[in-house]
Design a protein around this ligand. Structure first.
Ligand code: ATP
Ligand code: MG
Length: 374
């Protein structure tokens, strides 16, 4: 799939913008703070209904305006789709071909994107929360059902934590204890599906990431991804087994949770391990290894999304291409290989591979305006 055009209204530093893109490589060049990342972010927001940066939705709305609108026209293999994403101080909603969607989970997934930004190094270096966010976003754009389970899970989790807080002071209340059992059961139903899907996703992602990482590292390194659920389960691929084992884990830890007044384990505490040549990259990896590992994982998503949906996603590279050495730039180009529409932001084109420059359409960005330069 590729984005034919983008229109923005009151989005960050863009009052109005309307632009058509090339189905191949698009370079967005400009000095610092002119609005390069904002364009990539707007595309990401149109796809996933939230920013890739950890920000509040209302920060996306231009200062002193009441709403922001992102419109993208997407060409797919079999049809064209028009997406509208509207944000106001009251909330957000999405339209597909002019039709407002009841739920955001129905809107998300019509445009698939893979973003690689400087902060993605946190995928390797950062806290488990960053990796959970990554898994949820990526799985979410391929599976609306996953998103629904995730929403259900966090609602039940919230209720369960409120209840556990009450039980902390009223330990003997049998009615509260009964309520806890009911909520635990509901929590397990959602948790098991989430864990099952996460395990499958990481297994598939690893297969693609391994091949890419091997090429990136000139066959020197073997990348592995491993799902680390907060509850040890014997067979991560077996849904009913996960459920069974969750039941016994919650039963066993019930009184500890009551004492602590909080849900101590479940998908909200999961993590994934990333290793290179059997060594944890988080702890032992060099800066370059960490960067390459993060890039391999991101690029693997391109293949995974293609395998799952039959369409290549749109690749968004924020300030990262010029940071890569020649070999890695070439590997990346090989992965894209004219099949993947790519957006590249950069302050200067000096560091870019000649092949990229020859193929690309270049735009110059200056204070929230955009002009075609070549
Ligand atoms: N809600 C908003 N309303 C108006 N302007 C905003 C809003 N949010 C951010 N901006 C402005 O957008 C400008 C451009 O931001 P952006 O992150 O896109 O820059 P950039 O071109 O990617 O720069 P860099 O090269 O430093 O990464 C910033 O100067 C910022 O002040
Ligand atoms: Mg930027």
């Amino acid at each position: 799939m590729y984005i034919r055009s983008l229109a923005l209204a009151s989005y960050r530093n863009y009052s109005q913008l309307s632009v058509s893109f090339d189905p191949g490589i698009n370079i967005l060049q400009g000095e610092n703070a002119q609005g390069k990342t904002n364009i990539l972010e707007a595309i990401f927001v149109a796809a996933l209904a939230k920013s890739h940066r950890v920000v509040k939705d209302k920060q996306l709305i231009q200062i002193d305006k009441t709403f922001a609108r992102v419109n993208v026209k997407v060409s797919k293999r079999t049809q064209d789709v028009e997406l509208d994403f509207i944000l106001s101080h009251k909330g957000k909603h999405g339209k597909i071909n002019g039709l407002q969607q009841r739920r955001l989970s129905e809107y998300v997934g019509n445009l698939n994107v893979v973003m690689f930004a400087p902060e993605d190094l946190a995928l390797v270096k950062g806290s488990p929360q960053v990796r959970r966010r990554f898994i949820d976003m990526e799985l979410g754009q391929m599976s609306p059902i996953y998103l629904q389970h995730l929403t259900q899970y966090s609602q039940v989790l919230k209720q369960r934590n409120v209840l556990l807080k009450k039980l902390q002071v009223q330990t003997t209340s049998s009615s509260l204890m009964m309520m806890l059992d009911v909520l635990t059961e509901q929590l397990i139903i959602e948790a098991a599906v989430i864990m099952h899907k996460r395990a499958q996703f990481l297994q598939q992602l690893q297969q693609w990431a391994q091949v890419i990482h091997e090429k990136m590292s000139r066959k020197q390194e073997m990348l592995k991804l491993r799902y680390l659920p907060s509850v040890e389960v014997s067979d991560k691929e077996n849904l009913s087994k996960i459920k069974e084992e969750l039941y016994s884990a919650y039963k066993q830890k019930k009184m500890i949770e009551v004492k602590r007044g909080i849900t101590l384990f479940g998908p909200h505490r999961d993590d994934m391990a990333i290793s290179v040549n059997e060594m944890d990259v988080h702890t032992y990896g060099s800066q370059g290894q960490q960067r390459t590992a993060a890039l391999s994982i991101k690029l693997a998503e391109i293949d995974l999304i293609y395998a799952e949906t039959g369409e290549f996603p749109v690749l968004l590279l924020d300030d990262v291409l010029s940071e890569l050495d020649r070999h890695r730039q070439s590997q990346l180009l090989e992965t894209i290989d004219n099949r993947v529409q790519t957006f590249v932001t950069t302050t200067t084109t000096n560091e870019l591979h000649q092949t990229v420059l020859e193929q690309a359409q270049t735009f110059y960005i200056n204070q929230g305006t955009l002009e075609v330069t070549g």
